[in-house]
Design a protein around this ligand. Sequence first.
Ligand code: PRX
Length: 572
Amino acid sequence: MNVQTLPAEKGNFNLKDYEKTVENFDWTEIEKEFSWYETGKVNLAHEAIDRFADDSEKKNQVALYYSDANRDEQYTFEDMKKLSNKAANTLKDAGIQKGDRVFIFMPRSPELYFAIFGAIKIGAIVGPLFEAFMEGAVRDRLEDSDAKSIVTTPTLLERVPVDDLPQLDTVFIMGEDVKEEGPYYDFKSRLDKSSEEFDVEWVDREDGLILHYTSGSTGKPKGVLHVHNAMIQHYQTAKWVLDLQEGDVYWCTADPGWVTGTSYGIFGPWLTGTTNVVRGGRFSPQDWYETLQRFKVTVWYSAPTAFRMLMSAGDEVVKNYDLSNLRHILSVGEPLNPEVVMWGEKVFNLRIHDTWWMTETGAMMICNYPSMAIKAGSMGKPIPGVKAAIVDDQGNELPPHRMGNLAIDKGWPSMMRTIWNNEEKFNSYFELDGWYVSGDSAYMDEDGYFWFQGRIDDVIMTAGERVGPFEVESKLLEHPAVTEAGVIGKPDPVRGEIIKAFVSLRDGEEVTEDLKEDIRTFVKKGLSAHAAPRELEFRDKLPKTRSGKIMRRVLKAWELDLPTGDLSTMDD
Ligand code: PRX
């Protein structure tokens, strides 16, 4: 294979001898940054906001530039402290306590960030929900986690089945003239009235911080629990990999409903005292370039699908903008094609640095740093303090260039601590001789660079978002016309994969455009827009095992015109 290598550059991670750093690296050195090193207690919100607000040199620095079509605001670290204190008081006065699950279900807005920090300040566990979630997706998450509270807007409230969730006794609504009765609280007027002073709840480093629901290949979405201790790795990777330095203006394009939007849209940048840009609204190339230009963004973290969409908008568009402040670009979520890396070189005159990690790992694991040569198409190398390997199905480490399971040795600071209510699922990640098994397949080359090959399970990554085929299949089966459904990821040049559903219909049903649209809308309304199949194909029967399990691998083979492999377990 012809690998294009882009030479190393300067950055925070200026360690010449990479191997030596990896071996000698000790995470406890990083702990000295934070309060618990002295007091034994900590709170991420203090470390990310208050300690800068209490520092005379940092307090007037802009912490958040927020803009969308209707709002254009900025907040200093001092403002962020006061406003998140108000949110903390609002939650606490309504009876929310340490350890309670508080969901945040709002479109991006400054109040979303105050609410998240407010919840963290009282020691609650934050459950961020993507604003596109429909009722079924919201219900699953609130039910599974026994959520006590949710902060939402009047529009999104329609998708919260409050009456069916007896544990959910405190529903904050961020709107105008909210009537307070029963479980409903007026978030805005309570915020306005509450005090700017708050004593944060000092918690243990192993206390719960955030619960991100994510998809696997079977079952409902699972709640991945992270604890305050994760901040060590958020902080250190923000330094090493995001390369954040004094004076930087940073923009992470991910929504806080996903892990990238919290670990690196909130925690990483603010733990390092960096000015953070949040842009609400939908993607458009003009809007994105305008955001980079207007805020003089220096460090930009985005995803392959977005880069490919910018690429397909053409190189003429980007020439209309002054992006001269930009010095560092990174990517996450899906394979970053060499082609996109070379496009980045051409239009930004910068390398795009790929990073690999997962909801479960909590923070970056395998990365390209400024100070290392990039091999276009490779995810990079494990960061110091992380041991990654390629292992076979028995857990034996494989030599370079052998493809196998991408696995990590336990013990990195931001590792998930459990799967909520499902210890068995949690344990199943460690079945291969104690390795954390990612579910990705990859190989390592002779220089220790890791190369992504695919998912081992059937999980779909569409436009950087993780979708479980089982969830979509279950929803399809609820449609009155559908008797069988099998869902796969179909390769797509822009989105990485799109969702394709194979469906068989009840006797007497006919395939019409209306029916297709109806099925798509049904999934969209039941789950969310990104989970709705872009393609539907109708078959009289779907391939199943004798035990009745849909054989997605056969569907995939049909789709890609590949041999179907061993069919001995197939029901005839
Ligand atoms: O398959 C890998 C893919 O995204 C999965 C994790 O998805 P999620 O938990 O939603 O987190 C995404 C963002 C942290 C992984 O198992 N993935 C993530 N980064 C990369 C990637 N695939 C290829 N290259 C990457 N850099």
